[in-house]
Ligand binder design. Structure first.
Ligand code: ADP
Length: 456
């Protein structure tokens, strides 16, 4: 028992016993004890009154002076109150600072509740979306931003990336919107004006496309002359080697120009449903293998394993370009005679999987996040001097994005790589014929080789 409670007990005992004794002289000891209890009751009632009064007049006054249990209670309550108010003050300061900083932010910021109704917005959001705090607080955001792109983004509930939409106030302004869930089903909605960035990007794309286009004709002329030159009469022998080198470099430059043009076309052209068709994957993959095999001059066995015969809904030209790049890389980064296996299949979720597996040099895991960036090369000295343009995987990434697909890479340095293009089930058409047989004579031999490699 604490000291305060003991004091209180002594007080009651003293009052009851003292008055009992005094009244006892007159033979009224019971009345004396009752009088003691009444006195204690009055004391308690007075302390309660003081407590209630103190609560009423507020926290600015010091607690009433008292001792015993009441003194202890007043002091304890005063401590709690002080702690509560200082915490409240601190939180209020944090909220004020948050509001001030978000108000000063150039990005439009809105706080939405679980039903996506507006709770609060800053000045930038007010001017970007012409909001009014009297009219629009409590309104569902989808009533105010009626863009179908934004509606789809919100309904898809995939908030990892922002979405771009034209401003509901001005068609010339492009906004990037991002919804960030936080707390208990609340959302922060950020709007950023990306018109200038978009314009700069489009200028850059136009410049690269124009420059590449302009370089194409002179390069064709130069490579034509370079091809004819070795047959020219009276050409000194020491010129043969430099001319061959010049031919190689012009070929590389032509490849670079073609890849740059392809990339800028993929970036600028909007995907058009009318150019999409049900692509016969069996026929397309065989065609790609045929052309890459010619360029490879039969250096590597290439096997095609058609595990599904479903056509893929897409743009054939773009798919051809992506698949050629993947197969060409597998050949380029594999030692002579190392087999390459290409397959087309469906997984249990109905997705289409185009896979290229090689037993080449492999890629260190630290490079994987970057290798689809333009001109990113793991090591320019790799590939026995057969390095490509550095744009192949960037093209693959763009083509896949335009088809709602993604690229997955498994690779072990020194053992080989698997590049997997995963197409969503919505792009896989129903098959009208049975799975065709494998088309390469190397089939069993290659499968055995790969199996051995996997087991290793
Ligand atoms: P490049 O034209 O240089 O091949 P890519 O964009 O096609 O450019 O590939 C980027 C880099 O990724 C390459 O430089 C190479 O280092 C690495 N790479 C791509 N495919 C493979 C592969 N199958 N095996 C090993 N490394 C690869």
């Amino acid at each position: 028992m604490s000291k305060a409670w003991l004091k209180e007990l002594y007080l009651v005992a003293l009052l009851v016993a003292g008055l009992g004794l005094v009244f006892g002289f007159f033979g009224l000891w019971a009345w004396g004890m009752i009088a003691g209890l009444v006195l204690y009751l009055l004391h308690t009632w007075r302390q309660l009154h003081r407590f209630a009064h103190w609560l009423q007049v507020g926290r600015l006054r010091n607690p009433p002076e008292s001792w015993g249990v009441w003194g202890h209670l007043f002091a304890q309550y005063d401590r709690w109150q002080k702690r509560y108010y200082s915490r409240k003050k601190r939180l209020g300061k944090v909220i004020r600072e948050f509001r001030d900083s978000t108000s000063a932010m150039p990005d439009g910021t809105l706080v939405l509740d679980a039903d996506l109704c507006i709770l609060w917005f800053n000045e930038a959001a007010e001017s970007m979306l012409r909001l009014s705090s009297q009219r629009d607080i409590g309104q569902p955001i989808l009533n105010l931003v009626r863009s179908p792109v934004f509606r789809d983004y919100v309904q898809a509930q995939q908030y990892d990336h922002p979405v771009e939409l034209t401003s509901p106030q001005d068609d010339n302004v492009l906004l990037s919107a991002r919804l960030i869930p936080y707390g208990r089903a609340q959302y922060l909605l950020l709007f950023r004006d990306v018109t200038r960035i978009q314009r700069l990007q489009s200028m850059r794309r136009d410049f690269v496309a124009n420059a590449s286009h302009e370089l194409r004709s002179p390069l064709t002329v130069i490579s034509g002359y370079l091809q004819a030159l070795p047959e020219a009469e009276g050409l000194p022998r020491e010129w043969q080697q430099p001319i061959r080198e010049m031919q190689r470099q012009t070929e590389r430059m032509s490849g670079l120009v073609e890849d740059l043009l392809e990339l800028s076309r993929l970036e600028t052209e909007t995907s058009d449903a009318s150019s999409e068709q049900a692509v016969d994957m069996d026929e397309l993959i065989n065609r790609v293998i045929q052309s890459t095999r010619q360029a490879d001059e039969g250096d590597h066995p290439i096997e095609f394993l058609p595990k599904a015969s479903n056509p893929l809904l897409g743009v054939e030209r773009e798919l051809h370009s992506a698949f050629s790049n993947l197969i060409a890389n597998a050949l380029r980064y594999s030692p002579s005679a190392a087999p390459v296996v290409v397959s087309w299949s469906r997984d249990e979720q109905g997705r289409g999987i185009f896979e290229v597996e090689d037993q080449g040099v492999g890629i260190d895991a630290k490079h994987l996040p970057f290798i689809t960036q333009r001109f990113y090369r793991v090591d320019s000295a790799r590939g026995e001097g057969k390095s490509g343009t550095g744009l192949g995987l960037a093209i693959v990434k763009h083509v896949l994005q335009r088809h709602g697909a993604r690229l997955e890479i498994d690779s072990v340095l020194g053992e080989g790589s698997v590049f997997r293009c995963i197409f969503p089930p919505g792009r896989i058409a129903e098959s009208r014929r049975p799975v065709p047989p494998s088309t390469d004579s190397h089939e069993t031999e290659t499968t055995n080789l790969l199996n051995q490699a996997v087991k290793k």
